[in-house]
Design a protein around this ligand. Structure first.
Ligand SMILES: [Zn+2]
Ligand SMILES: [Zn+2]
Ligand SMILES: [Zn+2]
Ligand SMILES: [Zn+2]
Length: 266
């Protein structure tokens, strides 16, 4: 990691073993305040009360004097996000990386095309997918290039498992997957993105018609997936029972809607 000192315009950097920034008692990353006993043994603020303010190494009191030197070191550390290679420029404080990384919009996503190993941020996967189609126009038998809020017709063979489409205004890829099980076919729609608020919130609606009868499914929030999974979904799917199936092909109308940001309920 980089350790920053600001003596010049461009800070000098060095290597710091991050272990020194963890409490030696509970091994959790230190947060400010950091305490020390009179012999200089360190303890974090949650360990001190648990130890009844008695240093486990020397039995002197701990929890009254702070170790300002290490607090300064902690404040001056910055760690690149683990998704830096995918374009994230966030610099994080040690111990707080996971808060950011859980919702980092640069979390790696896999291209949904079978046998393609491309991995990148969801925006890069979109660009990559578009290029791939341009390079090989025959690669997808049918292109689904749709707008949010407009329904479109999807025709697929149940055994195909997967069709890929683009929400071209949002520059997002979505997938429609079908899973044949003993009681019928499960259909689910997802979008290729990490669970970052930047990727937006969507929901979808599927209408399946057979013999003049329509079944409609309205989803909760559209699932965001970083890679295509071939496990039968346990939630967020439409079940078309065997009695409603008509051969091997599925024909459905799907509409993906963009959800408004944080509706306030009164
Ligand atoms: Zn501790
Ligand atoms: Zn001590
Ligand atoms: Zn990040
Ligand atoms: Zn690809």
């Amino acid at each position: 990691m980089e350790c920053v000192s600001s003596t010049e315009d461009k800070p000098r950097t060095g290597i710091l073993n991050l272990d020194v920034l963890s409490c030696p008692i509970c091994i959790e990353p230190f947060t400010i305040p950091i305490f020390q006993c009179d012999n200089g043994h360190l303890a974090c603020s949650s360990c001190c009360p648990k130890l009844r303010n008695k240093c486990p190494s020397c039995a002197w009191p701990v929890g009254h004097s702070r170790c300002r030197a290490l607090e300064t070191v902690l404040e001056s550390t910055s760690i690149p996000c683990q998704n830096a290679e995918f374009g994230c420029t966030e610099k994080l404080t040690y111990g707080e990386e996971s808060t950011h990384e859980n919702t980092c919009s640069f979390s790696p996503c896999s291209c949904p095309v079978q046998d393609c190993n491309y991995i990148g941020s969801y925006k890069d996967v979109y660009v990559h997918y578009k290029k791939l189609i341009h390079k090989n126009p025959q690669s997808t038998s049918q292109r689904y290039r749709v707008r949010c809020g407009e329904s479109f017709c999807v025709k697929m063979n149940i055994s195909d498992n997967l069709v890929i489409g683009t929400l071209y205004k949002e520059r997002l890829l979505f997938t429609v997957q079908s899973f044949r099980k003993s009681n019928g076919v499960y259909v689910t729609v997802s979008c290729i993105a990490p669970s970052s608020p930047k990727a937006g919130k969507f929901s979808y609606c599927i209408t399946y018609t057979v013999h003049g009868l329509s079944i409609t499914y309205k989803s909760p929030e559209l699932k965001k997936i970083q890679r295509v999974s071939f496990h039968t979904p346990t939630e967020n799917y439409m079940l078309i029972r065997n009695s409603s199936l008509h051969g091997e092909s599925l024909e459905m109308r799907i509409c993906i809607k963009k959800e408004k940001e944080m509706k306030r309920t009164i």
